[in-house]
Every structure is written in C-alpha cells, then in structure tokens.
Design a protein around this ligand. Structure first.
Ligand code: ACO
Length: 315
C-alpha cells in the first residue's frame, strides 16, 4: 500500500474565549482546581460560528498552505461528534462551500476523540483506490452544545474548534502504519441521541477514562513503533490528544520525551475531541516547528472506548 503524507494544515477556532474564572461564575469550581487537575486555562465556544464555518476556514487554509486545487481532492472526511446537522454530512456541506467535485467521496466519521486518527487511516486506504491523490481530513467539534452546566466534572473540560489536513498519497511512500482499537465500552463516555428521553449531554466517568488513557497510550505507542519499524529517536514530534495535561505528562515521563519534541495547546482550547490533534499539527506547522521531512507520531483515545496511533510525515 502507498502511504500518505501531510501537504498542509489549517485550523479555525471561534472568537469567544471562556476562562476558568468565567466558568467559575456558572458552576462551583475554581481556576486553581481546573488548572491543576487538567491544565486548561481557557477554551473557545461558538457563539456566532457554526461547525461548517470552522471546517471551511480550516480547510481553505490547509488547501492554501498545500498549494493544491480543490478539484484535485478525491476524499473528504470530517471526524466529528457534534455536527450542525445529522444529514447531510458535514463533509457534504464543506464540499458545497469549497467547491469539491462531484466524484469526491464526502462523509463524516464518528469516533469521538480518536476520530481524526481513524479518518487519516481510512483516507490512506481510500486514496490507494482513488484516481485522485489528495485527501482532505478534518476534525471539528462544537462541544459547547453538549455541555451540562450542572455537571462540573465535564462542563469545564471541553471546547470548540476545527483542524484540517490536506494529505497526499505517493507511489512507494511508507504507510502511516495506523493502529486502532475499540473496547465496546458504552458507559464510560457517551452522548444520548435524538431517540432518547435524556438531553444530549456529554456524560463521562472521568476516573475510568483517565485510567484507560494512561494504560492505553504506551501500548498504542509501542504498537505504532513496531508496525512502522521506527524507533523513538526517529520521531521528530509527538502529538497526543489534548484531554488532560496529566495524561500527556505521564506518557512523556515514561518515554523520556524531551520538551522540544512535544507540544500542548490544551491550556488555550481545552479538550476539542476530534479537532484536538489537527489543531496541534496546524499550530506546529504555522510556528515552523514541523516542516517538510518532519516525522510525527499521533496518538488519540476517547469514547468507545477507542484508540488510534500513526506515524505521518510532512511532504
Ligand atoms: N471543580 C471543583 N471540584 C470538582 C470539579 C470541578 N470542576 N469536578 C469534580 N470536582 C470534585 C469532585 O466532586 C470530587 O470531590 P469529592 O472528593 O468531595 O467527592 C473531587 O473533585 C474529585 O473528583 P474526580 O472526578 O475524582 O476528579 P479527578 O481527579 O478524576 O479529575 C477529570 C476529573 C479532570 C475529569 C479527570 O478524571 C480526567 O481528566 N479524566 C479523563 C478525561 C479524558 O481524558 N477524556 C478524554 C476523552 S473525551 C472524548 O472522547 C470526547
């Protein structure tokens, strides 16, 4: 199988920022509690913006950075758990706005915080069977719509945003070696759908998800290294799903990853689920921390309980 590389990244976040102090005016919490338990200082909430608008802004930036034309894109996948509409897929709404051609395969993928990784994995497979060599992979969330303001254990954590990647599939390029898994745990983290009498709020057993993440990340990293045949030293940057600073710190300590090889923006955006990994990748590219030839390990985990990992290079 031919592998994919990242040609260009883009991201978009809503303009309204809510600090921990703002949140503490609504629920019984404090800046100190949130910061020490999670690493979050503030998060963005859509007040005017829609999910599609964030996706389009992120996608247009990624397409501009990559220097390709939208008609060269054969696959467009949006990973999200919080779309504007159930139908059509967000990807079809993005298609309309940015003018993707009719033969572009456009659909949404739901895998919570592992969504962007599952979408990258899927895109690599699909591009191997597609006459066009570029894919548009977006992670986008408006989680502020799903917050229960009477549950201080969850409402403090989540934020809104979108990140987009233009990926290219190249003859003879190494596969991203994606690994993925799902545990069929339907209680640890869920949001009820329209058929339920309960409102659609994020419900989470935080301790259980925390333990799951800390146990799963090392397994996931080891499997990705084995599958790609890489060593830790060959990885230029490590990008973890931004769920909690303490979870990332645990992995960083275990693998002795130096400070200059990982990056966190959870302090500014909170947990943006499927958007969190592409938001990090986009900021890394914008700041020149990654560039052509950089090799990045991506690790995601979340509702399902699901997990995914891959090693992807920048073209
Ligand atoms: N402010 C103040 N106190 C609080 C708050 C708050 N916001 N939330 C909970 N507390 C209190 C609790 O009531 C409890 O008090 P008690 O001891 O008097 O009963 C105490 O703090 C401890 O509560 P815990 O829930 O045990 O807190 P914990 O240390 O586990 O931290 C947290 C909670 C931050 C949610 C943590 O469990 C976590 O980060 N879990 C992982 C979440 C995650 O990774 N999600 C990723 C997937 S998301 C996705 O896929 C969409």
């Amino acid at each position: 199988m031919n592998g994919i590389k990242i040609r260009g990244m883009g991201h978009a976040v809503p303009s309204h920022a809510a600090s921990n102090v703002d949140i503490a005016q609504v629920v019984d919490t404090s800046d100190e509690w949130i910061l020490t338990r999670t690493g979050i200082r503030e998060r963005r909430y859509c007040t005017e913006e829609t999910s599609v608008q964030l996706c389009v802004e992120a996608a247009e930036k990624a397409i501009a950075v990559s220097g390709i034309s939208p008609d060269e894109i054969g696959v467009c996948i949006v990973a999200t758990l919080s779309p504007d509409r159930m139908i059509p897929a967000t990807a079809c709404m993005v298609q309309k706005e940015i003018g993707l051609e009719e033969d572009t395969l456009c659909y949404d993928l739901s895998a919570a915080c592992s969504g962007f990784l599952f979408a990258l994995h899927t895109t690599e497979c699909l591009l191997n069977a597609c006459p066009k060599k570029y894919g548009l992979v977006i992670g986008a969330e408006v989680l502020s719509r799903l917050l229960d303001w009477t549950d201080r254990g969850t409402c403090i954590l989540f934020g809104d945003g979108a990140g987009a990647a233009v990926v290219e599939c190249g003859e003879g390029w190494p596969s991203i070696g994606a690994i993925s898994g799902s545990r069929g745990d339907v209680e640890a983290l869920y949001v009820e759908g329209p058929g339920s009498e309960e409102r659609s709020y994020i419900r989470m057993d935080g301790k259980k998800v925390f333990r799951f993440a800390v146990e799963t990340i090392p397994k996931c990293m080891d499997q990705v290294l084995e599958k790609t045949g890489r060593t830790l030293d060959e990885i230029d940057f490590f990008v973890f799903h931004q769920a909690n600073v303490r979870i990332i710190d645990h992995a960083v300590r275990k693998y002795h990853i130096p400070k200059e090889k990982y990056y966190m923006n959870i302090d500014r955006y909170g947990n943006t689920s499927a958007a969190s990994i592409p938001l990090v990748l986009s900021e890394l590219q914008e700041q020149g921390k990654v560039h052509s030839g950089s090799r990045v390990m991506l690790i995601g985990f979340g509702g399902g309980l699901t997990w995914g990992g891959a090693v992807i290079e920048f073209a």
